[in-house]
Design a protein around this ligand. Structure first.
Ligand code: 5GP
Ligand code: ZN
Length: 113
């Protein structure tokens, strides 16, 4: 998708330090980390957000969660972590390409701000 920041990262048009990649997903460090570990996990396929996920994407979403769990282990987040999707304006979504934040390395409060 043209003019999508994360599609440009997938296409190597914007240099980013990749943390994990396979044929379906890409993970890279957030440019403005909110925790000692702050990794963005995205599908390579352009999906605008969680509201745009369709039945055929269910395996892809499950795969993203497995990748998140693997990356948490790789980063030694044995005391826990948070996996976040911000959806839409009220959810705080700023980049319109589905992504999950893997946050760890500190204790998070609840409810979120
Ligand atoms: P959202 O607010 O949409 O849930 O999250 C978007 C995230 O993308 C933010 O945490 C922001 O810091 C991150 N981000 C925005 N632009 C870039 C970029 O060019 N490179 C990287 N690595 N992260 C970005
Ligand atoms: Zn995109």
């Amino acid at each position: 998708m043209e003019d999508c920041l994360f599609c440009k990262i997938v296409a190597n048009e914007i240099p980013t330090k990749k943390i994990y990649e396979d044929d379906k997903v890409l993970a890279f460090g957030d440019i403005n980390p909110q925790a000692p570990v702050h990794i963005l996990i995205i599908p390579k396929k352009h999906i605008a957000g969680l509201d745009d996920v369709r039945e055929e994407d269910c395996a892809l979403l499950g795969h993203i969660q497995l990748v998140a769990s693997k990356l948490a282990e790789d980063n030694k987040l044995f005391d826990g972590y948070r996996l976040v999707n911000n959806c839409g304006i009220d959810g705080g979504q700023t980049v319109i390409h589905l992504h999950y934040h893997l946050l760890g390395g500190r204790t998070f409060g609840w409810p979120p701000g």
